[in-house]
Design a protein around this ligand. Structure first.
Ligand SMILES: NC(=O)c1ccc[n+]([C@@H]2O[C@H](COP(=O)([O-])OP(=O)(O)OC[C@H]3O[C@@H](n4cnc5c(N)ncnc54)[C@H](OP(=O)(O)O)[C@@H]3O)[C@@H](O)[C@H]2O)c1
Length: 318
């Protein structure tokens, strides 16, 4: 985990879907979490925004149920204006004034039912806020009081460099970024900066919200209220399905798409942990097995690099 040196597992656990996506079976989620802990997963990512604390409460339960295991907890402060992602014109006061940072850090700890959270991340970020001492002091106070172990920034979708100046302050220990076979741009610049500075990289959305796991098809329809209804709306669904098909056609017949997608992410040496969303024990097992197969070979990575898909933030790319 970069300069933090925490022994986190290469496979982490993303905890958004279990609180906010349709089709969640709570018993299956509990079994999936138990299976992950038993298999050696030690890093869990949640946020107050995932069901207004619901996902944090689930994480707290699993951590408290395993007092002998060192499980690393990461959560996120919601922006005060509750707008995801942030926009260039938003100010620090719109999103993270000091009293809001304190209030939501305390709310998260209460939801988790823990005296401290290992990593507290900003759930949106603008690099223009980098040198503002107000967030720096607020986070430093939480750290000195022992309420948080480290500070992280979760960068907006398809804006991996919108944090570089912030990382150079030396006050941020981890960056969470979308990185997968389609979204490869973090490897252009962000990853080398992280490696130079010893900043941990948490690779999120390894399956492009499910398409790279084979869960989304040209005729997929998600119910009202499910984020995927917006993300896989008319503009994105067809092109995504076509690109997934092109990728499948390029892979050897015996390749398993989710396995290849996951191994692609942790094949980059800058990546500390990859955090797929997993709500079923079978998915945990498959992903644990994928990690056990190790990094991809250079020729496999070269092939996957050709499936890069550069996109720019738009109305549906929350
Ligand atoms: N702004 C932010 O900071 C932000 C934004 C987005 C995500 N995140 C974090 O990143 C995590 C991961 O992203 P995500 O959950 O949005 O998307 P994702 O990991 O790209 O995709 C999750 C989807 O993949 C499926 N899946 C997982 N393993 C599979 C396997 N082996 N075979 C087939 N399907 C499999 C899941 O199914 P099941 O759910 O049915 O198991 C789910 O439908 C989140 O949970 C959250 O912690 C952070």
């Amino acid at each position: 985990m970069g300069r933090l040196g925490w022994p986190v597992s290469a496979l982490g656990y993303g905890m958004w879907g279990l609180a906010n996506w349709s089709g969640t079976d709570r018993d299956a989620v509990d079994a999936a979490l138990e299976e992950a802990v038993a298999a050696g997963v030690t890093f869990f990512d949640t946020a107050w925004g995932y069901g207004r604390g619901a996902s944090e409460r689930v994480l707290g339960q699993i951590v408290r149920a395993h007092p002998a295991r060192r499980l690393f907890t990461a959560t996120k402060l919601p922006p005060k204006n509750l707008q995801w992602p942030s926009r260039r014109e938003y100010t620090l006061d719109d999103c993270f004034p000091a009293d809001h940072i304190r209030e939501y850090a305390e709310k998260s700890l209460e939801n988790l039912g823990l005296p401290r959270v290992d990593l507290l991340q900003f759930h949106v970020w603008e690099d223009g806020w980098a040198r503002d001492e107000r967030w720096q002091r607020a986070m430093d106070d939480l750290r000195r009081e022992g309420l948080i172990g480290a500070v992280g920034v979760s960068v907006n979708r398809w804006e991996p460099t919108n944090c570089l100046e912030t990382l150079r302050t030396g006050l941020v220990d981890a960056v969470q970024v979308i990185y997968n076979i389609f979204d490869q741009s973090p490897a252009d610049e962000l990853f080398s900066v992280c490696q130079q500075l010893g900043v941990a990289v948490i690779a999120r959305v390894p399956f492009d919200e499910g398409s790279l796991a084979g869960q989304v098809h040209a005729d997929s329809v998600f119910p009202e209220g499910d984020f995927r209804r917006i993300y896989f709306g008319p503009e994105n669904l067809g092109p995504t399905a076509q690109r997934v098909e092109a990728l499948r056609a390029a892979l050897p017949d015996d390749a398993v798409l989710p396995e290849v997608a996951l191994r692609f992410c942790f094949s980059h040496p800058a990546v500390s942990t990859v955090i797929p969303g997993m709500r079923r024990p079978a998915h945990v097992r498959a992903n644990v097995n994928a990690v056990a197969r190790g990094a991809l070979a250079p020729e496999q990575l070269a092939l996957l690099r050709m499936h890069r898909w550069d996109r720019t933030p738009t109305a549906w790319s929350l």
